[in-house]
Design a protein around this ligand. Structure first.
Ligand SMILES: NC(=O)c1ccc[n+]([C@@H]2O[C@H](COP(=O)([O-])OP(=O)(O)OC[C@H]3O[C@@H](n4cnc5c(N)ncnc54)[C@H](OP(=O)(O)O)[C@@H]3O)[C@@H](O)[C@H]2O)c1
Length: 168
């Protein structure tokens, strides 16, 4: 028996620029040391789900997390990660009460957003030229439950805000 995506608790973790950009040339657009730490704090000890391109951009399974990578390629294998061939298959690998963390990229965010109830959002206050974007967040469907604004410094090249959005 398979589970539908709606039975799973799903969160998105994403960093988005002022113009909704998330990446270019299969790389991130900024270096924000605080955001890397934030990402690590949120996801460590949990299951992270990502598209094949994001996996290749990171280059290896992240330590202390269960990694699930989605690809159409039936021959794709990764030591230290589970490979599946649809978002549904990824969600079916989660335990019933487990929260899964969708970590990108653009294709996977777009497919997963309708099934997510929380977004751990980093907003990077700068416009970027990009080729990967996050879908528009409908402000009528999400309420901000946490917000922390931060200024650029020697380890973080742009101003940024950490917020948590929960589906209304
Ligand atoms: N700012 C952030 O927080 C953040 C986070 C993550 C990633 N990113 C950026 O996002 C960009 C990558 O995003 P992307 O949209 O190009 O790639 P992606 O979503 O990471 O991966 C896309 C790939 O996933 C597989 N896939 C997608 N939907 C599928 C489905 N329904 N069934 C089976 N396989 C499926 C396909 O792999 P195959 O081609 O192998 O079939 C597809 O090419 C990069 O620039 C990265 O740096 C940014």
């Amino acid at each position: 028996m398979t589970n539908t995506p709606m039975t799973k608790k799903l969160s998105i973790v994403v960093a988005i620029s002022s113009n909704n950009a998330i990446g270019k040339g299969n790389e991130l657009l900024w270096h924000l040391s605080a955001d890397l730490k934030h990402f690590k704090n949120i996801t460590t000890g949990h299951t992270i789900i990502m598209g094949r391109k994001t996996y290749e951009s990171i280059g290896k399974p992240l330590p202390n997390r269960r990694s699930i990578v989605i690809t159409h390629n039936k021959d794709y294998k990764i030591e230290g990660a589970e490979v599946v061939h649809s978002l549904d298959d990824a969600l079916n690998l989660l335990d019933e009460n487990e929260e899964g963390y969708i970590i990108g990229g653009a294709q996977i965010y777009k497919q997963a957003l309708p099934f997510c109830d929380k977004i751990y959002l980093t907003t990077v206050h700068h416009h970027f030229d990009a080729d990967a974007f996050f879908p528009e967040i409908d402000k009528n469907m999400w309420k901000e439950t946490e917000k922390a604004e931060n200024k650029a410094d020697e380890k973080n090249e742009f101003d940024y805000t950490f917020s948590t959005l929960e589906r209304m």
